[in-house]
Structures are given as structure tokens and as C-alpha cells.
Design a binder for this molecule. Structure first.
Ligand code: SLL
Length: 248
């Protein structure tokens, strides 16, 4: 479908709207003694690959659909998911790169964006063996922010009106939403306060990261002071040598 021509004057100048989301996968090893029916014998894992809001936030007000491109060993390897949850659940035996193509609401007049996610089935790191034994789920996910640079007016309205509030129903979407009074800043791209198993990105994580950075800066300060001290010593010795050389 040809996209309507949007001239630059239809864009909201100087504005960038950020929308956070997470994408990733969760994989569970199949218990050989309790195999779900209808799964091929070679398949060792059940997995899902997904795109979702941070902490379950509804992102379908700006994200229209997601195309997941699986490895070609899968039948119908290209899967278009047109409504939330934007995810594909499958079984398999191997890891591969999944291509995710994010399509925005048509009002956005934005091209689809492509991301890649490496599907992880196997644990790694110091406790890999333990995790394997306990048949733990393997979560591999990334936090991402999409930046809409100078969005067109209708999309800016949609973005700033935010996700439909629970109880307000579907009617708050689309054209009706655009006509409601904008409460700018009511919805925010703030990350959640606490992290959970599914979502390691929180203000708490951010805080501890900041603390770590502050500690690192202190260390750098100490190192800089020490270096300055050494430099001063060397300069003093150099000056002494010079004086000696001049005197002799
Ligand atoms: C590997 N390069 O060798 C990867 C490919 C493909 C995984 C992994 C499904 C198989 C099916 C499946 O697990 N494909 O249903 O036929 O590890």
C-alpha cells in the first residue's frame, strides 16, 4: 500500500518521543519423562520469542504488528502477529537468530524497524550445569527504546495519549483517542520501580548501576590524585637535576 506523502510541515518539530519495550525469548527444556503430546522426538525445548511492553505495559497503541522470521527449518518460518501478545511459541532443538520486524500504526507514517534476537536454549555462565539439572527456563531479553523523531501530528497525538487505560476499553484507541484531551506526561516512558524475574530493568537496577558508577568514579579520582602526586615528584626531581646540571 503506498504510504501517503507527508510533508515536513506535518511533523512536530524538535520533538522526540521515546517508547520503551523489551524483546527476547524464554525457553524451557522438555522433560523426557513428561513430553507434551504431539512434539517431534528431536525437539528438546519449548520456547517463545516476544516483543512486549516493560512490565506488561500495553504497547499496541503504537506497535501495530510484528513479523517474526524463524529459521528455515520451521514450517511457515515467517510469522506475522497482528495483535498482542506479540509472540511466537514453538518447540525445537537448536538456537538461531530470529528476525523481528516491528510495524507501527499507519498514522505513524514510519517504516518498519528490524531487530535481531539470538534465541537462547542453553544456560551459560558459572551455574550452567546446575541450571541444566534443574531444567530452568532460559530467559534472554533486551530492553530497547524506539525513538520517533519529529513524529507526524496524528501519531504524536496517539503517542502522547498513551496506552488505553484499563476500564476505558478499546474505544479510547484510534480516532476517538486522538480527539480526547491530551494529558501530556500522564503516561511516561519511566521504567518500573522494582525488577522481577521477567524484567530486570527497573529504577532499582538503575540505582545500583549509578552507585556502581559513582564508586568507579571515586576510584578514578584516587588514581588521578596518585598520578598527580607521582607527576609532581618527577617534576621536582627534574628541577633538582636541572639545578645540579647548571651548578656543575
Ligand atoms: C543450529 N544453526 O544448527 C542452528 C540451526 C535450527 C533449529 C538451528 C526446528 C527444527 C524443526 C529447529 O529447532 N531448528 O522443527 O524441523 O543449531
Amino acid at each position: 500500500m503506498p504510504t501517503p506523502k507527508i510533508s515536513n510541515k506535518d511533523r512536530v518539530k524538535g520533538i522526540q518521543v521515546y517508547r520503551p519495550f523489551v524483546y527476547g525469548s524464554i525457553a524451557k527444556p522438555i522433560d523426557p519423562n513428561n513430553r507434551p503430546a504431539g512434539i517431534t522426538a528431536e525437539h528438546t525445548h519449548l520456547w517463545s520469542v516476544y516483543v512486549r511492553g516493560v512490565d506488561g505495559e500495553d504497547i499496541s497503541y503504537w506497535l501495530k504488528k510484528v513479523q517474526f522470521k524463524l529459521h528455515e527449518t520451521y514450517a511457515n518460518s515467517s510469522r506475522m502477529i497482528e495483535s498482542p501478545p506479540f509472540e511466537v511459541t514453538e518447540s525445537g532443538w537448536g538456537e538461531f537468530e530470529v528476525q523481528l520486524k516491528l510495524y507501527f500504526m499507519s498514522e505513524a507514517n514510519e517504516k518498519a524497524q528490524t531487530l535481531w534476537h539470538a534465541l537462547k536454549l542453553h544456560p551459560y555462565g558459572p551455574d550452567a550445569e546446575g541450571q541444566k539439572e534443574r531444567r530452568e527456563a532460559i530467559i534472554s531479553q533486551n530492553y530497547e527504546e524506539i525513538i520517533f523523531n519529529e513524529p507526524v501530528e496524528p501519531f504524536y497525538d496517539i503517542l502522547t495519549s498513551g496506552a488505553p487505560q484499563p476500564g476505558r476499553g478499546k474505544g479510547s484507541k484510534g480516532s476517538k483517542q486522538a480527539s480526547t484531551i491530551k494529558k501530556q506526561g500522564e503516561r511516561s516512558a519511566e521504567i518500573p520501580r522494582d525488577n522481577s524475574k521477567e524484567n530486570p530493568y527497573s529504577l532499582k537496577t538503575e540505582d545500583s548501576e549509578l552507585l556502581r558508577l559513582r564508586e568507579a568514579m571515586k576510584t578514578v579520582d584516587v588514581l588521578v590524585k596518585r598520578e598527580r602526586g607521582t607527576l609532581r615528584e618527577k617534576e621536582e626531581r627534574l628541577a633538582a637535576f636541572k639545578r645540579e646540571a647548571e651548578a656543575s
